[in-house]
Every structure is written in structure tokens, then in C-alpha cells.
Design a protein around this ligand. Sequence first.
Ligand code: SF4
Length: 196
Amino acid sequence: MESKALLLHCCCGPCSTSSIERLRTLGYEPVLFFGNSNIYPEEEARRRFGELEKVGCHFSLRVIRSEYDHNSWRKEIEGHEHDPERGSRCDICFAYNLREAANEARKQGIPYFTTTLTVSPHKNSPLIFSIGETWDEFVPIDFKKNGGFQRSIELARLLDLYRQDYCGCEFSMRSSGEHQKADRHDRHAAEHSVDG
Ligand code: SF4
């Protein structure tokens, strides 16, 4: 059976690994797409793209990158800068990246597209699907299911990929710093607590 062409929006190299394996078992041959103007700073976006190129090379897949335009992303999320992570800013961000992927798939003449965003246990797959349904070409796949997230970690180790410690935008950078500070505080408190 001939594979079906599909454009895969890749948020990063690690998440794309197990998604590619899953897509191949489902009969799709992906073209990897990196837009992600949400990522800040630009150097970080370049680094994540570089890791995706390694993945493309490993799986012998074509990788496409669209122009980085963080200002346009900032305009889109205006008024939501202080929303918590997983709030409305993230919904707008998902829609931004899916729209770019849909446009790129049409431009390239690729009949289907989907996203690696569902690999992360922190991302709400039904919400991503409800945004994706805007486009007929969108294929809803919950990549975190059947151990997909765990497999992405294994493959990222195997390929020696960089794994970022924040979602992508400058606001998630801040909250990741806050989480790390809270973790350190909790660890410190646990180490110095007196039982009983
Ligand atoms: S936290 Fe992640 S999903 Fe939410 S707006 Fe920032 S980059 Fe986008």
C-alpha cells in the first residue's frame, strides 16, 4: 500500500521522533514542517530547528522551515501576555501554528496535516483537535497515547537531541523559571524537614 503524504507541524525535534514512527504505522509519510514563531528568542528557534534537521536526517525525511516572525505572533496574542500557561494565550498560539501548517500544506500540495503538539502530557489534545477541525485536511492523532511521550524521550536520548525546559515563548520561560524555583524550594524544604 502506498503511503499518504502528510505535513507534520513539529514543535521540536524530540516530539517529532515518536510521531514519525506512529505516522508510518498509520500509513502516512510525513514532510516535517517548522514554523513556530512563538519560540523566543530567535536563537532558541534556530537551535530547535537544528535538532529537527537531525531527526529529518535520521528518518530520511524532508524538512521545511517557514520564516520566523515573532512580532506577528506577539500581535496575535496581544492582551494575553499575562495569561497563565494552558490559558487563552496557548489556544491562540495553537491556532497560529496550525494555520501556518495548513497554509504550508496547501502551498506544497500535501493533502493532509497534523501536529506533534499532542505528544506532550501538558497539552490538551481534544482542544488541539477542536482547533484543527477548522481545516478539512487536519488529521487528529493523539501522539501521547500508547506510550508516545515515553518513546519520544527514548528516541531523543538515542539521537542525542537537545530537550528544552520551557514550552517556547518568553512567557513560558518565565513560568518555567518559577517552576524550577518552586521545585528547588520544595526540595530544600524536604531535605531540611524534621519528621514527627
Ligand atoms: S506557553 Fe507554549 S503554547 Fe502557550 S503561548 Fe507560550 S509557546 Fe505557545
